[in-house]
Design a binder for this molecule. Structure first.
Ligand code: URA
Length: 216
């Protein structure tokens, strides 16, 4: 597993606003969208391309376009949905699958309530989006679903991560899927998880901050 932590003043500025309790849901959604665009730019730098020639008004030119098949973006519901509009601005031709995974608040273990991934993911580039990499359980289950369907490469874009979660994903993927490629991109790596599995200093419950506190 390869971990990339963003190092850019724009990202650091927006992450600070995201943490701030004074930030409204409207501003929070806007910041998430902007951060996802900034993170996607770096996270997709190894997407395969193929040569193409086009006619300019003056002459012909050779260039590239993204090679098929189209990447599959997978928001992990519910908070991952808040990242979808940003990433599809940069990858408008990507397909979208959905995973609904919620945390059992007592055991902190992930529970899957929806899986809408295509059956065959061989040869597909998978991009998992979830704002919070906390215990790592949700991301590990999501990677398992993708790799069990034949994918061998996954890019994970998260906003905040805890060291415990990063370690859990590293251990799980290196022991269970040693031949597969997993790139994790974070806007910031925080200090720790607290006793109820929240990232500290964090930003609170990402779903609540995006959508208000009803629902789970
Ligand atoms: N999920 C959240 O929304 N926030 C955290 O801090 C951890 C998990």
């Amino acid at each position: 597993m390869e971990l990339t932590i963003a190092d850019h003043p724009l990202i650091a500025h927006k992450v600070t606003s995201l943490r701030d309790t004074e930030t409204t849901s409207h501003q929070f959604r806007q910041l998430v969208e902007e951060l996802v665009i900034l993170l996607t730019f770096e996270a997709t730098k190894s997407l395969p391309t193929e040569p193409v020639s086009v006619e300019t008004p003056l002459t012909s030119a050779t260039g590239v376009r993204l090679a098929g098949p189209a990447p599959l973006i997978v928001p992990i519901l519910r908070a991952g949905l808040g990242m979808l509009s940003g990433i599809t601005k940069l990858l408008p031709d990507a397909e979208v699958g959905f995973l609904g995974i919620k945390r059992n608040e007592e055991t902190l273990e992930p529970e899957t309530y929806a899986n809408r991934l295509p059956e065959d993911l061989s040869g597909r580039q998978i991009i998992l989006i979830d704002p919070m990499l906390a215990t790592g359980g949700t991301l590990n289950d999501s990677l398992d679903y993708a790799f069990e369907r034949g994918a061998t490469e996954a890019i994970c874009i998260c906003l905040l991560g805890a060291p415990e979660g990063v370690d859990a994903v590293r251990k799980h993927t290196e022991s269970t899927w040693p031949q597969n490629k997993v790139d994790v991109h974070l806007a910031a790596l925080d200090e720790k998880l607290n006793e109820i599995g929240y990232i500290v200093p964090g930003l609170g419950d990402a779903g609540d901050r995006l959508y208000g506190s009803s629902g789970s």
